[in-house]
Each structure stands twice: as C-alpha cells, then as structure tokens.
Design a protein around this ligand. Sequence first.
Ligand SMILES: [Zn+2]
Length: 347
Amino acid sequence: MTDEPVNQMIAPDVRAYLTQLRIYRFQVVYQFQESAHLPPFKGSMFRGALGAALIRTSCSCIKKSKGSQDFDVTAHEQYCSFGYLFQNEPNLVAQAEHWTTNLANMQKPRPMMINASSQIQRQYEIGDRISIELMLFGDAIEHMPLLVLALKELGEIGVGSHRAKLKLIQVGRLDELGNWAAVVYDGRDDTIRVEHLLPLPLDDILSHPVTTETLMIRYMTPTRLKSEGLLSDKISFAMLFQSAYRRIVSLLAYYHSDSQLPDVALYDQLMKEAKQIEPVTELTQWIELERYSNRQKQKMNLGGVVGMSTFRGDWQRLIAILLLSQWTGIGKSTVFGLGQIKVFFDN
Ligand SMILES: [Zn+2]
C-alpha cells in the first residue's frame, strides 16, 4: 500500500445510468390536536393511514366497483394515485422486460417510502409535533399534489388505536444531508408550491472523489436481506451490493419513463468485483420489530440487521450504487422505513 490517498472518482459507465434516477425527499410535520399513545415503530402505521386517506381523497375506482365485476385494474394502477403508489402490479411497464431474467425473483418496488424511525417517543400531548420522512421516486412525483391533500386527510382521520387527530403544519423538501431546503406546503396559506418539487442533485453527489479504502456501512433501521431464499443475520458486501443495484435498476425500469437501463453484462461484471470486497469488522445484531397488519388483522414480526460493518477493497466502480441506496433503502420492507443505511468513509 502507498501513503498517497486513493483518489477514486466514480466510474463514468456506472454514473451515467445512476444520474437518471430521480429521488425526492420530503419532511412532513404534524401537530397533535389530541393526546396519543403510539407504537414505537410508526412507519407502517403512517403508511397504512396515508393509504386509507388517499382512497378517500382520490380513488373512486375501488368505491365504484364495490361488489361489481367491472373493476378496471389498469386504470386504477396507472392513473389513480392510490393504485400507483400503493398497489402496483408487475408487468405494467414493458421496458422492465429487458431485465426480467435478473429481476425475476425480486418484487416490483413501490415508488414511495415512509420513514418515521427517528420518532421513538410513544406518548404525545396536544400541541406536540411529529415529523415523518416521505420519499418518492421518478414519475411518482406527479402524484405529490394529491398526496399532500391525502396527508391533510390523514390528520383528519387520525392515527393510533384511538385515532388521535393531527394538523398538517408543513411539508418541506429535504436536501441530501437531511436539511430543510424549501417549503412545499404551508398549512397557514394551504398552498402547494409545485416549483419546489425538485429531486436530489445526484450529479453533484456522485461527482465527489472518494479518498479512502475503507468503507463503513451503518444499518440505521433493521435491514432484511435474503441469502439463498432465507433472511440472513449476516450481510456480505456482495449481498449489500446486489440488493442495492437491483433496487435502483428496478426503480429506473418501472418509474422513470425513457430511462436507459444498464446491460445485464455490466451487472455481472460488477457482481464479480463486489465478491472481491473483504469484510474488516462486523458489529451487527439481529433485532425484532413488531407491527400490526390491518389487512391481515395480526401482529407481524419484522426483524433485521442493525449495527455497522466495515469493508476494504477496490470498490471504485461499486460505490455510487451504495451512495444512492442511502435514499432508496435496501432489502425488504423499505416502504415503511426498514433497510435504511448510511455510508461513511474511514480515512
Ligand atoms: Zn383507484
């Protein structure tokens, strides 16, 4: 090894595909109008409530079709915000076929994620605030104005077992560091500022050179990755990379019309490189979370890996994927905030 820092630019062949991705990051701020006792893990609760609110405010297909046979699934999933954001069927987008062999054993991703994992408080009083993070990918941004209406409606419906009501105070756009960048909606004038619906600047993010050989991955929320069909309590670099790459390609394929997909051959080459990356330290553990499924009327376990791992190796062509997966999430159950990772460079 040399004393010179390794000045690794992100490989241009990989970067060109990745910068097509559009990632929108928002913070939603509510104020409690009633006291509430909420579960520690709130992502699935907010997601369920938002789905119910969106059906009320913008989906007429389900109401119209109650009991009848003429439910138009395609219209519901292509044009209706609830269908598009919550219920997408595979195979609606022809472009994805190019990748079907490699994406075959992976579910079509949803174009929206809700993360409330920073909110661990359980008891809230009138006047307390709570904020959740909302991410949208690609073409899903077109549904944001209706989503803001549904976020207001969510407050009217209420959350938790006693349906505590909330007032929507503000929705803001966040930058890549999680800082508030612009107001998208303000409850005081009840106006949506569509000019502030901008994606993260991936061009800038991916043009920083990286000057280290050791990479630290922190699993912020339980991360659920499968190895040979089973959820794994150990995460290798190759597993991490494979999951992140497939997720990004499938988001491009399904939710970015006119995007160019990378060749399957590039994926094979990169996977070979990923398998060469060595673990250095592994300080991780498996933790269980519980959530209540309204649909299945039962408690469900949502365990995953938390903690941190460090890796060493020649990851010049691989790093961009992991940088982006900080905002796309990896593995299963990302829709309500699991699989949130952070990448650190250890000099
Ligand atoms: Zn609908």
